[in-house]
Design a protein around this ligand. Structure first.
Ligand code: L3W
Ligand code: SF4
Length: 441
């Protein structure tokens, strides 16, 4: 049984209510933190080795230490709750079932950063969650954990919930800030990073929901203790949203010491693949990370077990290099069609491209059209090379990572499953007739 730091209280009845959360040790981390100097909290977070849980894995303590502190200029903490990555639903779980843990994490982090205003920018489709959060915020304020002069420290904090309007791109941190400012959510060119010039031009830290919730156990057990969990630079626990062809889809908290095989096949987690089917491939970190065939997923190039860590998943043993990403673990069994799956993702990225950069705006639509032709038996062999060429010209040539996110799945699918693309070209009639199901994510 792995260690639980975030979901430890998830099974307690009515844990959403302030009284129940408090009776079970809730807000004790905030009481402890508010007796500490803000710089010491940042030091604890640095010691913990916590890395951003939204997808990039950037060290949280380091990001916090980048926050500019010009005299007389407000600072902001913005929580990125715009969870829209296909296959990723762990932040929803945290906000829905443990709202006070999340609010406590925001209160500690805001204090550490000297931010008197914190915004939660939440995905518009999570329509029922803002009410849960507003309720938790009101309860925490009534109990003296938010508002003016919190716990007698002289520190004031207000938390506001802002709903997004359904655009995936607003999960990119600078697009999110534009949207929060009331503008169209177009990503900004970085640098400057938000830590220097963020919301309304002021220094801003943008962190994911899970990242900020993890600050609570870090304060409770101490940064050093947190860093002892896991392997190497993959410290602490990580929430994984598991879906696709598995027996037990859901949100799991893993400590980063287990192997991919254990996560996939043990009853504690995914419980294996239904109907005794074989594993074909997996996208281990949300739709933006490259697909990995079964043989590379379970073992490294050296024949060792692949582990559920940032380093092991991104190991050079993968020809394309995949990532832990946002922890959206999408499993495909032997019956899944990789071409159809890649088409689904291409359609998504074409639809979600903001259109600012030509390679992304034009390339995503072009890739979708070619994939559609191949999938439905109207493709040519040369289309496969054309697809490869287009994705290679998108990668690295755009303002924000959505371009890369659109290119990588196509590249990895061709690299590892070229024979499936060729099969569609060589068997047009059967391609048209085939009606493969899709992994659900
Ligand atoms: C100050 C510097 N700050 C970097 C900060 C930067 C950001 C963080 C990471 O994309 C990925 C993307 C998706 N001074 C800094 C600095 N920072 N250098 O560090 O930055 P970056 O650019 O590496 O990543 P990002 O723009 O945050 C995130 C991938 O995650 N992904 C997407 C998941 C989507 C969700 C969702 O729907 N919620 O999680 C999944 O893998 O493709 O590559 O804060 O400012 N010198
Ligand atoms: Fe917009 Fe795509 Fe450019 Fe990102 S890469 S800024 S989504 S056009």
């Amino acid at each position: 049984m792995g260690r639980k730091l975030l979901l430890e209280k998830a099974g307690i009845e009515n844990i959403r209510q302030y009284d129940v959360y408090r009776q079970n040790g809730g807000y004790s981390a905030q009481e402890k933190a508010y007796k500490m100097a803000p710089a010491d909290i940042i030091e604890e977070v640095k010691k913990s080795g916590l890395r951003g849980r939204g997808g990039a894995g950037f060290p949280t303590g380091l990001k916090w230490s980048f926050l500019a502190k010009p005299e007389g200029v407000p600072r902001y903490l913005v929580c990125n709750a715009d969870e829209s990555e296909p296959g990723t639903f762990k932040d929803r779980y945290l906000m829905e079932f443990l709202p006070h843990l999340f609010i406590e994490g925001l209160a500690i982090s805001s204090y550490a950063l000297g931010a008197n205003t914190c915004y939660i920018y939440i995905r518009g489709e999570y329509a029922w969650i803002p009410d849960i959060l507003e309720q938790a915020i009101a309860e925490a304020r009534n109990a003296g954990f938010l508002g003016k002069n919190i716990l007698g420290t002289g520190f004031d904090l207000e938390i506001y919930v802002q709903r997004g309007a359904g655009a995936y791109i607003c999960g990119e941190e600078t697009a999110l800030l534009e949207s929060l400012e009331g503008k169209r959510g177009n990503p900004r060119i970085k640098p400057p990073f938000p830590a220097v010039k963020g919301l309304w031009g002021c220094p801003t830290v943008v962190n994911n929901v899970e990242t900020l919730a993890a600050v609570v156990p870090i304060i409770n057990i101490g940064g050093e203790e947190y860093a002892k969990i896991g392997i190497g630079k993959s410290t602490g626990t990580k929430l994984i949203s598991a879906c696709g062809n598995i027996n037990k889809p859901g949100v799991y908290e893993i400590d980063m010491t287990i192997s991919v095989e254990e996560f996939l096949y043990s009853d504690e987690y995914c419980g294996g693949i239904p109907n005794g089917k074989r594993l074909k491939a997996c996208i281990p970190g949300g739709s933006s990370v490259p697909i990995v065939p079964a043989n590379l997923l379970l073992k490294t190039a050296k024949g060792e077990k692949r582990m559920m860590t940032y380093e092991s998943l991104a190991d050079g043993g993968f020809q394309t290099g995949t990532m832990m990403g946002s922890g959206g673990f999408i499993v495909l069994d032997e019956d899944q069609c990789v071409v159809r799956h890649t088409l689904t993702l291409a359609r998504f990225y074409r639809h979600e491209s903001c259109g600012q950069c030509s390679p992304c705006r034009e390339g995503t639509g072009w890739m979708e059209k070619i994939l559609q032709n191949i999938e439905y038996g109207k493709g040519k062999m040369s289309d496969i090379d054309l697809l490869w060429d287009i994705q290679s010209k998108i990668e690295g040539n755009t303002i924000c990572p959505l371009g890369d996110a659109a290119a990588w799945p196509v590249a990895a699918a061709i690299r590892h499953f070229r024979d499936e693309f060729e099969w569609h070209v060589l068997n047009p009639e059967e391609s048209q007739k085939r009606n493969f199901g899709l992994a659900h994510y």
